[in-house]
Each structure stands twice: as structure tokens, then as C-alpha cells.
Design a binder for this molecule. Structure first.
Ligand code: GLN
Length: 289
């Protein structure tokens, strides 16, 4: 049943890719075939359903913001994380600087670039990138996740806007750590290569309240999972979050690599989607369809 629905959904979504384009502001991402589309569902009882191009590795990009937020909540605590980052949808593009300009302002939420860079400012002094990579592999139940060096170097050579955000954050007193090291950490997390399956694995872990379906180990506290899912629902699809929440209603997070992570907790399911053609807001257009 799930398999049939998934295959129909992928077939129905494919034509929408024609109306979008792969991200090109990070040149390496622009090389991907925009017609790819794949979707996976993992269920609590061990069901793994896949349709379309689900074995293809792609760049996690902003979906890593979910992992950074979860790690920061676990390591630094709620009060620290939200002392400098808000919990409101921004209504601005994911890479916006406008709301940071007034003196004393702070990032609207941890799912946009400014908020995620601020969160990474807490994490970077506490965790090495290697530790974050191994944590990510556990959360996604995928040991094949690696740093995509080509994407990392491509993004690092086109980093001006995020660098501007990071220095503005430092100037506002939001980012207290080393700016360049924080940016490097942020870009490395964005450059991890995942599949739709890895995202379905992460979705299932969140649906299961933070306990790994693979090992039975608790990786995230129930409080962390509750906060992460709520922020995903309200802010996970950038300035398209409100409409997506009304139409789909599942906590979700997109990335400009074309991924969408969704959590269907009442059905005990994680959903992972890959479709690199993006709409104007930077969300996977065929994935949403
Ligand atoms: N690495 C990307 C950036 O900072 C992430 C953006 C995204 O996926 N929306 O611009």
C-alpha cells in the first residue's frame, strides 16, 4: 500500500521539476540533474519504502540546521540556545540580513542561515566536525554520510553573503566564538552528502521521540525532539513555512540541495525526499508536489 502510494506520488510530482531550477549560487549544486526525484518512507516496524531516485547522494544543505539545533539543545541547553536566537518565522528569505540590521536584533529562528550560524557558534567550541559527522550518521542511520569536498570548496568560494551575516552577528554580540571557524563548521555541515533514505531515517528517529529505531539507543531527549519538531513546523520551509504547514501539516525541513525531511509522528514514519529543482523560495518544487 505505502509502496504504491509512494510510486504514484513520485510519478505525479516529476513534471513539476520542469518549473524549477537547481541552486546555482553554489556552483557545484548547479551541476545536478534537475529532473531527479525520489521519496522514501521508513516506518517504526522496520518498513523501508522507496520510489524514484532514492539512491543518489546529494547535499544536505539547510537540513543540517535540524541536526545542529538538536546537538546544541542537547549540549548547551534550551536557555542558552534561545538566548540569542528567536523562535519566530522570519517571513524573509533564508539568507536574509535585513532583520539583523537594527541594533540589538537577533536571528528570527535557527532554521535560517543567520540563526544556524549563531547556533553553530555555540557548538563549534564544544564539538569537532568529526564528532558532528559521527552524530549525524547515527541520527540518520547511515554510515555512508561523508563531507562532499567539491560542494564544501564550492560553497567556501562563494561565502560572501554568509560571511556578512556572521560578522554582523559578531558585531551584534550574538556570535561570540571565532567567526571564521564557525563559518567553516557551518559550511561543512551543509556539505554533508545524504540520500532520501538518510533523511527518512532521521525523520523516523524524530517520529520515535529521539530513540534510534536501529539500535534502541536514546540519541535525543524528548524535550529536544519536541522543540526541534515545532521549529521545523513553523520555520522549516523558510518563508514558505506557513503555506506548507497548512497544506501538508508535517514538521519538515528543506535544503537547497533539493532535500525535504518530514516527520509523521502519529503514523510513526519518517519521510525523505530528493528533488533538486527548486522554487523561488529555495524549496524542492517536485518534492513539495
Ligand atoms: N549552505 C546554504 C547557504 O548557506 C544553505 C541554504 C539552504 O539550504 N537554504 O546558503
Amino acid at each position: 500500500m505505502i509502496q504504491t502510494i509512494l510510486e504514484r506520488a513520485v510519478a505525479a510530482g516529476r513534471p513539476a521539476a520542469e518549473r524549477g531550477a537547481a541552486a546555482s549560487y553554489i556552483p557545484e549544486l548547479g551541476k545536478v540533474d534537475k529532473r531527479l526525484l525520489g521519496a522514501c518512507v521508513f516506518t517504526r516496524d522496520g518498513g523501508r519504502f522507496s520510489a524514484g531516485d532514492t539512491g543518489v547522494r546529494f547535499s544536505i544543505q539547510s537540513i543540517s540546521k535540524v541536526i545542529s539545533l538538536a546537538a546544541a539543545l542537547e549540549l548547551c541547553g534550551f536557555d542558552t540556545v534561545f538566548s540569542q536566537v528567536g523562535m519566530e518565522p522570519s517571513g524573509e528569505a533564508f539568507n536574509s540580513l535585513v532583520e539583523l540590521e537594527p541594533t540589538g536584533s537577533r536571528p528570527s529562528n535557527p532554521m535560517i542561515n543567520s540563526g544556524a550560524i549563531a547556533v553553530d557558534g555555540y557548538l563549534e567550541p564544544k564539538l569537532s566536525f568529526a564528532e558532528m559527522l559521527s552524530f549525524t550518521r547515527k541520527l540518520c542511520m547511515d554510515d555512508g554520510i561523508v563531507l562532499d569536498e567539491a560542494v564544501y570548496h564550492s560553497e567556501m568560494s562563494h561565502i560572501s553573503r554568509n560571511r556578512a551575516i556572521a560578522y554582523l552577528l559578531e558585531n551584534q554580540g550574538v556570535l561570540q566564538g571565532d567567526v571564521e571557524r564557525t563559518l567553516d563548521f557551518y559550511v561543512r555541515m551543509c556539505s554533508l552528502s545524504v540520500t532520501a533514505e538518510s533523511l527518512a531515517g532521521l525523520g523516523l528517529l524524530l517520529a520515535e521521540g529521539g530513540v534510534s529505531p536501529a539500535t534502541g539507543e536514546r540519541l535525543l531527549s524528548p524535550d529536544t525532539v519536541r522543540v526541534v519538531k515545532t521549529i521545523m513546523l513553523t520555520c522549516g520551509m523558510y518563508d514558505g513555512s506557513g503555506a506548507f504547514a497548512v497544506r501538508v501539516g508535517l514538521p519538515s525541513k528543506s535544503g537547497v540541495g533539493g532535500g525535504i525531511l518530514s516527520v509523521a509522528d502519529r503514523q510513526h514514519m519518517g519521510i525523505g525526499i530528493f528533488g533538486p529543482a527548486l522554487d523561488a523560495k529555495g524549496n524542492s518544487i517536485a518534492g513539495e508536489a
